[in-house]
Write a protein that binds this ligand. Sequence first.
Ligand SMILES: CC(C)(COP(=O)(O)OP(=O)(O)OC[C@H]1O[C@@H](n2cnc3c(N)ncnc32)[C@H](O)[C@@H]1OP(=O)(O)O)[C@@H](O)C(=O)NCCC(=O)NCCS
Length: 251
Amino acid sequence: MPVHYNTHTKEPYLRLPTPLSNIIITPHRLSQLEETVAAQVRLLNEPTIYLNLEGPPYPYLPEHGEEWVKRKCDDGEPVVSAVRAEFENPDTEKPFFDSCPFTVIREVTEQGPETGDPLKDVLIGDIGMDRYSFYEEGYGTEKRAEAQRLNNELSAGDRRIVWSIGDFLSPSHHGRGIMTLAMRTVLQDWGVPRMNIHLLKSCAFVENKGSLRVFEKNNFEVVCTLKDWAPVSESRGGGTKSLVIVNWKGL
Ligand SMILES: CC(C)(COP(=O)(O)OP(=O)(O)OC[C@H]1O[C@@H](n2cnc3c(N)ncnc32)[C@H](O)[C@@H]1OP(=O)(O)O)[C@@H](O)C(=O)NCCC(=O)NCCS
């Protein structure tokens, strides 16, 4: 059963395989807004994390976290409700979805002795899939905007959609194989069977050996290196960064 169901909280979730089955990936929880924002603010201001990320603002403020978590809850709710309905009524139709609501990586600290349901957990990271950004078309070009527009127009389940994946993990948990298995779990248990993902590209800054290794261990190959591709804001140190583009070869 690729997606698990917490019978206590009625929350669907993904679980990493042994020996990391104490790690789960859940949707965002509005009921835990405050602690989630606090964890995100802590992690996304860590130099070992923010210096390797292209996306989130830096410094990362509580209002950024609050806006993000609320948006993720809103966007994810229809999918989470549909999956919950599948568990409550197994005859429910199983369509392809346009997103993965399982983005919050948590370490389970207490679970039900009989059901095995997670009862308590702590947020340790994030993994998200989005439509690809077509970096190789050039920074700020019309061609890139057009490629993004065409890709964004494709409907849920269309196998021509080019997807992308990004992640970060608390430094306290680096180097234990967690992100390698988290990426595999998200693709294997949700991306392929429930989003029909066939095309997946991503990127990492050229110096981010850990991230590139996680991609490699998940069957990605290097396509090219885009030298000095991205201007870096002054708050992040300024200058430009080179990007390595990777392409997924399948499960
Ligand atoms: C990248 C990141 C998600 C990896 O998570 P993780 O759970 O520590 O990764 P894993 O333990 O599954 O695998 C890491 C691999 O990279 C290797 N690695 C880590 N740092 C390395 C370095 N500086 N040089 C070479 N290899 C390195 C590890 O040895 C391991 O490979 P191995 O299993 O062959 O030994 C984590 O380091 C992180 O959050 N970094 C900051 C944010 C980030 O870079 N996000 C990705 C943006 S593209």
